[in-house]
Design a protein around this ligand. Structure first.
Ligand code: SF4
Length: 194
């Protein structure tokens, strides 16, 4: 079994049935395989914090891998240019935490990392469906979750929030109902993202 793969992480999971555990395993797995996410191989966390997450959710995993942290740290590259975007998404999520606890902070880093990917958010998080992602968002970022009353695709919704905060209107139509891009923002989140 490949080190730090989803299967390998879940074999070390403290609670394999836990959706948060599955989300962390999915993002760590994808960040090590997806070129787009490789700058966030530790979910954007400091080394010590990442080790703490691993010990809480996948105890013994790093030790069993014989892994020292520099070997899981991505080399700096062009992806660093997306640091501002990552930081803005992270700030948005952290502002809307239901509880100011460690779990929701780690999940915010994992979601912001997955937002850097090219697929639907639940896919970039390695989750089996959008419903599981929605349940996590509802529980850990309740005020943000309820704000998406139109059931917009999650990545589109997050970026729309960032645009609204800065007063940028990237939409070409006066309203969603008459917009040619409606299905890109609100269509079903199945299959490839567009
Ligand atoms: S559907 Fe069109 S108007 Fe609505 S958020 Fe998307 S791009 Fe903007």
């Amino acid at each position: 079994m490949e080190i730090l793969s989803y299967e390998w992480l879940m074999a070390h999971a403290q609670n394999p049935a836990d959706n948060l555990t599955r989300a962390f395993a999915g993002v760590i797995h994808n960040s090590r395989r997806n070129k787009v996410l490789e700058a966030h191989v530790m979910l954007g966390l400091e080394e010590e914090t990442f080790e703490s997450l691993m010990e809480n959710y996948f105890p013994g995993a790093l030790q069993n891998a014989g892994m020292t942290m520099p070997s899981v740290t991505a080399a700096p590259g062009c992806e660093a240019l997306r640091g501002d975007e990552f930081g803005d998404l992270l700030d948005l999520l952290l502002e809307h935490r239901t509880q100011p606890d460690q779990e929701s902070e780690w999940l915010a880093f994992a979601i912001a990392t997955a937002c850097m990917g090219n697929d639907h958010l639940y896919q970039d998080m390695g989750l089996p469906n959008r419903q599981m992602l929605s349940e996590l968002l509802s529980g850990y970022f309740t005020s943000l979750f309820v704000r998406n009353s139109g059931n917009m695709k999650w990545k589109k919704f997050f970026y729309k929030q960032l645009c609204d905060r800065t007063g940028v209107n990237a939409c070409r139509a006066p309203s969603c109902m008459v917009c040619d891009d409606y299905l890109k923002c609100f269509g079903p989140e199945e299959g490839p993202a567009n």
